[in-house]
Design a protein. Structure first.
Length: 210
């Protein structure tokens, strides 16, 4: 039975495929503009006539123990961002994955309230999750390649936009403030969107400008 691939596994596969021709760009979940009626089943088959409810039922079919809350214990946005900075400083690939929403969290906590899952977009959960994973794989590789093991000189961060989606608050247009001796402070985008739900925070998208 088809199951989504974790960021860690995708990073490993990307290493094996590094000599291949670059893949076409896939947009992150916050900026997807793919055909609104297409959905992807667990077998990877595109079906344009399946209803939103049926597509979501199929997507959830192999997920056990539906989550009622986000995993992890990051109780503020600042704590989550600082953990990302720490993970990069330590070159800890294993510790990067738990900072991002899981497939189950996407299916039960995020997707049902996302505007992209509703008219006029009607983006199916399978396709939306696939695009998010592809975007996060490339973003994670860029973060590890360009920033891992290097002093980030992190000072603070800010997110200029927030949007309430059901029980979720989605934070976007985020940047980190960096300081280094002998130069002016500067801002850099190291990640994309953050989900806040019931006092817990995780990354939805790691999309960055690296």
């Amino acid at each position: 039975m088809w199951r989504s691939t974790s960021i860690l596994t995708l990073l490993m596969l990307a290493g094996l495929a590094s000599c291949r021709q670059a893949e076409p760009h896939h947009a992150s979940s916050s900026r997807t503009s793919t055909s609104p009626t297409a959905t992807v089943s667990r077998a990877g088959h595109v079906d344009s006539v399946v209803s939103r409810e049926e597509a979501l039922r199929r997507f959830r079919a192999d997920l056990r123990d539906p989550p009622v809350a986000l995993s992890g214990d990051h109780r503020t946005r600042e704590a989550l961002v600082r953990q990302l900075v720490y993970v990069l400083a330590q070159r800890d690939t294993l510790a990067l994955e738990p900072l991002v929403i899981t497939r189950a969290e996407f299916a039960y906590l995020y997707y049902p309230n996302s505007p992209l899952s509703m008219p006029p977009y009607d983006l199916g959960p399978g396709l939306m999750w696939f695009q998010l994973q592809e975007s996060n794989r490339k973003a994670a590789l860029a973060l590890l390649r360009e920033r891992a093991g290097k002093p980030l000189r992190y000072a603070s961060h800010q997110c200029d936009r927030s949007e309430r989606q059901g029980a979720n608050t989605i934070w976007s247009e985020c940047s980190v403030l960096r300081r280094a001796p002998g130069r002016s402070a500067w801002r850099e985008q190291l990640f994309g969107t953050i989900i806040e739900r019931d006092g817990r925070f995780k990354f939805i998208a790691l999309s960055n400008e690296l």
